[in-house]
Design a protein around this ligand. Structure first.
Ligand code: ZN
Length: 560
């Protein structure tokens, strides 16, 4: 059998486990608790997969899908500025500034099936099928290509992309059930579609490993400042049990894999302890970098804010009283949007006098630059450089109140991470936190503090250490891969499928994972710079869609 372009086809199946980490898997596998993963580690090649900076779900999965850094593919966070505005909007797939694996394989005549990859909404017409993932507004959105697949998934599997469910202290049982239900339905859909459809490249991302690590980490980790020994007796092994479910899911997928298929397991980033949240916006206000308007309306609101009436408190109270859904149903969409981070102070920022502000996205900072931002007062050149140096110093002064130790590992400039060739919208600075144990949940006016209490709602966070594992007829058994990056996976998949690698990918083929005989039988071929997608323009979310997406991101704890 040959494919449309006359080359020898192969098949690749990717199981994405969002946030999965060998820090958890390796000891559990060694103890015999994850038999499938233990077998795959022994029979395949595996190693830590370095994520992108910042190690966030959307930039990282998109870097996997394009083989490029977020500075190049353009989906560098969860939210981005609206054109010529300080207002933010969630990213969607139409913002992608690069060709991705699905498109490359489609134009080479390979059949693809993509299920639940974050930020693939709205779905592109590919040679095969697409079921979109995180940042899909709702179940009513057209989340599949072809169109009729959506109805089929709902009728046969009661399929859901994700459920709008927020973890808070006390609702462990219902939250866990919601997450596991959604993943079980996803598995059933995968097992059916992988046997009913013809494919060269099939991929599914399961998100439970990430969502449950965020919510349940403190029960497993006796060293977490919000560890609760009473609840730990009940939920201490919830994350392990979920990994065991995934271990079994992988076994079920393997039982249905064609013999010539290579199986890849990967994550977009790892998971680890999250000690505290920062509210860099408050720090910036204290330093005089971020200024609030002084007109009567905003100063009245600001007084309330200073008295402690912040959106965080209002939402916590509404949650406690069970009023949040009611509140939301009663409000028109425009007002509902305002319940979130724009409720108090975003509109009350004096942008013409604000010199720098934190972006949503865990430690990303914008300089309010003249000529780039609508009202930016900071001049490029010496003034910009001085400000960057000042902010860097001030970030390094931040200390953990428990330990007294600094919490920032390094403050990166965008060109240090992405090189000179990046889209202009990326933030100017990125804070890398010590051991990935902190995160900024900037949302202007969301909270009055600079640093949160020990975090109960989001006790697990993201680390740079994701997972990579390859298993199949051409893969070296028992090999440990060193130094693999998430951008290396796409070129490696193209090589396995005998498709030339576009020269503008940042990643390289992970040659060391292949059996020598296979490496000698097949050269790595390249094609001149992948063709950029036709710029059809950006898909703009309606207010309702934007609200639905932001609500989900907020429930996940990704934005304030
Ligand atoms: Zn993730």
């Amino acid at each position: 059998m040959t494919s449309d372009d006359g080359r020898v086809p192969g098949r690749v199946f990717v199981v994405g486990l969002d946030g999965a980490s060998f820090d958890l898997i390796a000891p559990w596998a060694a103890e015999g608790k994850l038999p499938t993963l233990a077998r795959l580690m022994a029979e395949g090649s595996h190693g830590v997969l370095r994520s992108v900076i910042p190690p966030l779900t959307i930039p990282a999965w998109t870097s996997f899908l394009t083989g490029k850094t977020p500075g190049k593919h353009g989906l560098f966070s969860f939210l981005t500025h609206k054109p010529n505005s300080y207002d933010m909007t969630p990213f969607n797939a139409s913002y992608l500034k690069s060709e991705d694996l699905g498109s490359i394989l489609s134009r080479r005549g390979r059949k693809v099936g993509l299920i639940n990859i974050p930020c693939t909404y709205p779905p592109k017409p590919l040679n095969g099928f697409v079921v979109t993932g995180l940042e899909t507004p709702t179940r009513n959105s057209q989340f599949t290509h072809p169109v009729q697949l959506r109805q089929e998934l709902i009728e046969r599997f009661d399929y859901e992309v994700e459920r709008t469910q927020k973890y808070s202290h006390g609702n462990e049982e219902t939250f866990l059930k919601a997450v596991e239900d959604v993943e079980q339905k996803r598995l059933e859909a995968v097992l059916a579609l992988m046997t009913e459809h013809d494919w060269s490249f099939f991929m599914v991302v399961f998100r439970g490993t990430d969502i449950l690590s965020h919510a349940f980490w403190r029960f497993m980790d006796t060293g977490h400042p919000a560890h609760d020994s009473a609840l730990a007796a009940r939920y201490g092994d919830t994350i392990l049990c979920h990994y065991q479910k995934m271990d079994d899911a992988i076994a079920q997928i393997m039982a249905r894999l064609p013999e010539d298929a290579t199986l890849l397991l990967m994550s977009d980033h790892g998971s680890g302890q999250m000690r505290r949240y920062l509210f860099l916006d408050n720090y910036f206000a204290q330093l005089g970098l971020l200024k609030l308007r002084t007109d009567i309306g905003s100063s009245f609101k600001y007084r309330l804010f200073q008295l402690g009436l912040t959106p965080k408190n209002v939402i916590a109270l509404a949650n406690k009283l069970g009023l949040r859904n009611l509140l939301r149903r009663l409000l028109p969409p425009s007002a509902r949007l305002a319940v979130g981070q724009r409720f108090m102070l975003h509109r009350n920022v004096d942008w013409a006098r604000t010199r720098a502000y934190p972006a949503f996205g865990l430690g990303q900072i914008y300089i309010n630059l003249a000529g780039r931002q609508p009202l930016g007062p900071v001049q490029p050149g010496a003034e910009y450089e001085e400000l960057v140096a000042y902010i860097t110093d001030k970030i390094h002064e931040l200390r953990d109140p428990d330990t007294g130790r600094p919490i920032a590992q390094r403050v990166w400039r965008r060109e240090e991470i992405y090189g000179p060739d990046h889209v202009d919208e990326v933030p100017d600075l990125y804070v890398e936190w010590v051991n990935d144990e902190y995160a900024d949940l900037g949302g202007i006016g969301y909270s009055g503090e600079i640093m949160s209490e020990a975090n109960r709602e989001m006790s697990g966070g993201h680390t740079m250490r994701g997972i990579f594992l390859a298993w199949g007829p051409h893969i070296k058994p028992g090999h440990t891969v060193e130094g693999a990056c998430i951008v290396d996976v796409a070129p490696s998949i193209l090589y396995l499928l005998d498709v030339p690698v576009p020269t503008d990918m940042d990643g390289v083929v992970l040659k060391e994972i292949f059996e020598d005989a296979f490496r000698h039988s097949r050269a790595i071929e390249f094609e001149e710079k992948g063709s950029r997608l036709g710029q059809e323009g950006e898909y703009v979310f309606s207010d309702d869609e934007q609200e639905a997406v932001e609500e989900r991101l907020r429930n996940l704890g990704y934005i304030a």
